[in-house]
Design a protein around this ligand. Structure first.
Ligand code: ADP
Ligand code: MG
Length: 500
């Protein structure tokens, strides 16, 4: 079955095609026609089955694009809000449908500005309730989606969700997605859905999306900063960073360990004994970040690698496949993250073609976004701490001189100090910029001649190799801060394999 058979409008289909989707996934096949017909639905499907497109495509296909907020998607976490927003932005761009994300911790005025320009809002329950209750925004969405509903109830958002619905128009189409269907979910469905159709997708029908492949476009001098920020944001359990050169491995190992990460390296010059020690450390978790060259990592078999980073693209597509295959093993989910310079966008297209998959353009999270994520993590961590006797005694001692609130503030400040993020607010290129580059590349490659000529001209000295010579050969921009990273050492959350 093809996407064209589902009844979506042509501008949406154009975006789907560009996203590289060829066949609709099972949940998409079932849900899209029902949503296009105007039904409310309640859908049960696991992670990675393509739910975002299952609700996003049909509602966007039916939107007018008249500048009002026509759709509202409620998701449990900030990170999901950003993910869903990126995906919907992609689907809506030819239809002029803009997205806005709404979540706690960020500035109100900026979010409100965005909301006023958006056709679709992607929001977490807390902030959305806040905006609606205070009358800061007034929206009348015809399409309302609850994504990961079970997750939201687990997080205790039931009241917020109920309040939110009191502010929504009765004349609406409501879609509810959940991986599980406990009683509370059914009860909520009863309340907010109108004669819903049920869609269920069983596990075996999952699309093969065990490894998410993302890429980020940065200037060459931003690679180090980008890497550290992404590690900080993704908070990987175990990850492997791939480099092209031994020299780069050594440099990154010392750079990252100076940032407070538990990092080890692997390259071809190491003796067998050293190699074994390094691999053992990675396997048992003493080392969480492993920096390696392609050759050295061949055959490296560690089951719980959550992320693979390509610090530089590999030389050929086959190596790319080998590299990313280090994650998503044994039925787990994995993420491959590739850093590319603007000049390497073509190589991305080539790999996609060779490998037959789609890599997704992403934007590096801003400092604010990482800070917010870290704040969430910190709050969750603190909430889980068991009170110990020594803790109680410490507070007793402090209470001789200080009142309890001051003590709390001081202790919190002590912990929070470890969770700061410094450096540039934004790193790398935004989606619009990347879009423009890709367009330019594709229009250029149409006149085959110009392409190869241009290639030679823009080739950089020693890509990924000797930074020193690159530095000497190329005038650098003012704001370039070289390999110096902007991060303070941080305390890494040991069990910090953030679930997504
Ligand atoms: P879920 O919300 O069910 O966890 P997502 O909507 O996030 O899943 O989709 C998971 C991944 O699969 C995303 O990277 C998405 O772009 C991709 N994807 C979704 N539908 C398709 C499809 N029909 N063909 C190829 N890739 C798809
Ligand atoms: Mg999802």
């Amino acid at each position: 079955m093809k996407f064209t058979e589902l009844g979506l409008n042509s501008t949406i289909l154009q975006a789907v095609q560009e996203a590289g989707f060829v066949e609709p996934s099972p949940i998409q096949r079932e849900a899209i026609p029902l949503v296009l017909e105007g039904h409310d639905i309640i859908a049960q499907a696991q992670t990675g089955t393509g739910k975002t497109a299952a609700f996003g495509l049909p509602i966007m296909s039916r939107m007018k694009g008249d500048g009002s907020v026509e759709g509202l998607v409620i998701v449990p976490t900030r990170e999901l809000a950003m993910q869903v927003s990126d995906e919907l932005y992609r689907f809506g761009k030819y239809s002029g449908l803009k997205t806005a994300t709404v979540y706690g911790g960020a500035s109100y005025s900026r979010q409100i500005d965005r909301i006023n320009q958006a056709s679709i809002i992607i929001a977490t329950p807390g902030r959305l309730q806040d905006l609606l209750e205070s009358g800061k925004i007034n929206i009348e969405p015809r399409f309302v989606v609850l994504d990961e509903a079970d997750e939201m109830l687990d997080m205790g958002f039931l009241d917020e969700i109920k309040t939110i619905f009191t502010h929504l128009p009765d004349e609406r189409q409501t879609l509810m997605f959940s991986a599980t269907m406990p009683k509370a979910i059914r009860a909520l469905a009863e309340e907010i859905l109108h004669e819903p159709k049920t869609v269920t997708v069983t596990k075996t029908e999952r699309t093969n999306t065990d490894i998410t492949q993302n890429y980020y476009v940065v200037q060459d001098y931003e690679r180090d900063d980008a890497l550290v920020r992404l590690i900080d944001f993704k908070n990987p359990g175990k990850c492997i960073i791939f480099c092209r050169m031994k020299k780069e491995v050594d440099r990154l190992v010392s750079h990252l360990s100076s940032q407070g990460f538990k990092v080890g390296g692997l390259h071809g010059d190491m003796e067998q004994k050293q190699r074994e020690i390094a691999i053992r450390a990675f396997r048992n978790g003493t080392v969480e970040i492993f920096v390696a060259t392609d050759v050295a990592a061949r055959g490296l078999d560690v089951n719980d690698v959550t992320h693979v980073f390509n610090y530089h693209l590999p030389f050929d597509s086959e190596s790319y496949v080998h590299r990313i295959g280090r994650t998503g093993r044994a039925g787990r989910k994995g993420e491959a993250i590739t850093l590319v310079s603007p000049g390497e966008l073509r190589t991305i297209k080539r790999i996609e073609k060779d490998v037959g998959t789609k890599m997704i353009t992403q934007v590096i999270p801003t400092k604010e976004e990482v800070l917010n994520t870290k704040k969430d993590q910190l709050v969750a961590e603190v909430a889980q701490i068991d009170v110990t006797l020594s803790g109680i005694n410490l507070v007793k001692t402090l209470q001789h001189d200080l009142d309890i609130v001051t003590i709390a503030h001081m202790l919190a400040s002590m912990i929070a100090k470890e969770h700061t993020v410094e450096g540039k607010e934004a790193i790398g290129l935004g989606l619009d910029e990347i879009e423009r580059l890709i367009q330019r590349d594709s229009s250029r490659s149409k006149d085959g001649q110009g392409r190869s000529r241009n290639r030679n001209r823009t080739r950089r000295p020693q890509e990924g190799g000797d930074r020193g010579s690159y530095r000497n050969n190329k005038p650098r921009r003012e704001r370039n801060d070289g390999g110096k990273s902007s991060f303070k050492p941080k305390s890494r959350n040991k069990s910090g394999n953030r679930s997504e």
